[in-house]
Write a protein that binds this ligand. Structure first.
Ligand code: AMP
Ligand code: FE
Ligand code: FE
Ligand code: ZN
Length: 291
């Protein structure tokens, strides 16, 4: 049973349309895939319509949040699964984040244009094609204009870190996002909790507090995690009774990752589905696996 619970489409910063993502999941031999675009559910309907018969689809989203760490705020991503997409708080917050991503994307592009880089706001909007703007869209514009060779290079030289063109955005508070997902009948799982500096905010005590306030699990097996980080996270999840998921965080050609690179076991998925009440589950083959 191959289960990948974290993948992006063109509804955010992936390069496969939702239909292409479904086809790619089947071609990769997956039994279950979750569509988890950043801060929106715009790809759900197309994914449902194009789902191959033997593939189970889990509907989700990756919520951009901010969490307090000593002396600074840290970006933490939270995967929400099987929540009601029409829940008021989620609809309102996703609309606010779409505007915020547009404002911030245009601010990054304006800084680049002022520095003489040959890209434009129109070009980035065209690449995003209606999706909420993410830095990978700007990275693709830099690749198309010959400034860098790849989106990875764009992140290394232009889009992240001190001295880059990075502009922050006002993401949802971590506790608010977890509360919103729970209120909408969904299950929350912290995405790559050791991926990029999240450890500053996600101490054991903080994770325990989040678990007391509705957090469902930790994404333990993720391409950005070392063996030691996976072991540490598995230990924390075990002590707190949290789900441990695994996934690829597939983004199409924007990142060098394979669907199914890291996976979740079937029993964990069955528990996750059992904890949800937001959207109806039969999104896959009837009569198969334990759900
Ligand atoms: P944003 O949501 O606009 O802040 O952009 C963050 C997104 O960029 C995340 O979805 C990551 O998947 C993606 N990302 C982060 N680092 C890299 C990288 N080195 N190469 C490609 N994509 C990246
Ligand atoms: Fe992304
Ligand atoms: Fe993420
Ligand atoms: Zn992701």
């Amino acid at each position: 049973m191959l289960i990948d619970l974290h993948a992006h489409s063109t509804a955010s910063d992936g390069t496969d349309s939702p239909a292409e993502l479904m086809a790619a999941a089947q071609a990769a031999g997956l039994d279950v895939v979750a569509i988890t675009d950043h801060d929106n559910t715009g790809g759900w309907d197309a994914a449902v319509r194009s789902r191959p018969d033997r593939l189970t689809l889990i509907r989700g989203a990756e919520f951009s949040t901010l969490a307090a760490a000593p002396g600074r705020m840290v970006s933490v991503h939270v995967l929400g699964y099987l929540f009601d997409p029409d829940h008021r708080a989620i609809v309102d917050e996703q609309a606010r984040l779409r505007d915020e991503r547009l404002r911030r994307g245009l601010a990054i592009v304006a800084k680049m244009v002022a520095a003489g880089l040959p890209i434009s706001a129109e070009q980035v909007l065209q690449i995003a094609d209606g999706a909420p703007i993410g830095r990978p869209h700007i990275g693709r514009a830099l690749v198309a204009s010959g400034v860098v060779a790849s989106v990875d290079d764009a992140f290394a030289s232009h889009l992240a870190g001190p001295g880059s063109f990075y502009v922050p955005k006002a993401d949802t508070a971590l506790d608010t996002a977890i509360g919103m997902i729970a209120a909408a009948g969904g299950v929350s799982v912290i995405a790559h909790p050791r991926g990029r500096g999240e450890y500053r905010a996600l101490t054991f005590d903080r994770i325990r507090d989040l678990a007391d306030h509705g957090l469902g699990g930790l994404e333990v097996d993720h391409p950005d995690h070392s063996a030691a980080e996976r072991a540490e996270l598995r230990g924390i999840a075990g002590r707190l009774g949290l789900l441990t998921t695994g996934s690829s965080d597939y983004h199409g050609h924007n990142k060098v990752l394979r669907l199914g690179q890291d996976t979740t076991d079937a029993e964990t998925l069955a528990r996750l589905i059992g904890m949800s009440s937001g959207v109806t589950v039969p999104v896959g083959p009837v009569g198969s696996p334990p759900w």
